[in-house]
Design a binder for this molecule. Sequence first.
Ligand SMILES: Nc1ncnc2c1ncn2[C@@H]1O[C@H](COP(=O)(O)OP(=O)(O)OP(=O)(O)O)[C@@H](O)[C@H]1O
Ligand SMILES: [Mg+2]
Length: 224
Amino acid sequence: MPVLSAQNLKKSFTTPAGTIEVLRNVNLAVAPGESVSVRGESGAGKTTLLQILGGLDTPDSGELFWNGERITKRGNAFLAKARTKLIGYVFQFFHLVPELTALENVLLAARIAGTPMRQAREQAKELLARVGLAERTSHLPTKLSGGECQRVAIARALINRPPLILADEPTGNLDECTGEAIMQLIIDVCREQNTALLLVTHNLDFAARTDRRLVLRHGILEEI
Ligand SMILES: Nc1ncnc2c1ncn2[C@@H]1O[C@H](COP(=O)(O)OP(=O)(O)OP(=O)(O)O)[C@@H](O)[C@H]1O
Ligand SMILES: [Mg+2]
């Protein structure tokens, strides 16, 4: 059963300049452990799509399933709880809590999921070591480089062992060399943990490393 599937998703935005049809008819299924990349021009609707798939935004029509369960039209409380179990999100701009250390940022996600703190602390330290931050666990985000912040965000996305990671241009805000290392890290840890990955990227080389490559064009997701 796909960890994530979408059928006939449509989404448009109404602006003073008129209505933009961003997603016209999106169909997608992501199998457990599979990595899928999504490319598309700026403004093609990649972020809109990822937010809908992650339950952070709602489609105008169409159906969305998480682990086979229909989630379209479910309430926010249900979505928030189901999302914690199913999805780890990695954003372009990290979105770490500035007042919390690297370790605390990772632990926050475990706390939200209700994991006992002693167990979570061990797992968080292991994950931070896995992403190369064993020596930085007590640093605040302001004392970390961009690449290090994204490593923390990756550890945070993985702490609840979700079967799916959604990553929206996770290296878009990093220099080329750091971006390369971060992208390989995301792909490697998802493979190691058999976590499915839906990766939005502009970069053809990164896209080539995923099992399946899609392009969002004129509101439709095409296999290439
Ligand atoms: N809340 C909104 N209200 C109105 N228009 C929106 C809204 N969100 C997105 N859009 C428009 O929808 C289109 C798709 O935006 P989206 O951010 O999904 O593109 P994207 O493919 O992620 O682009 P980029 O590669 O630049 O991140 C754009 O034209 C954008 O201006
Ligand atoms: Mg975007």
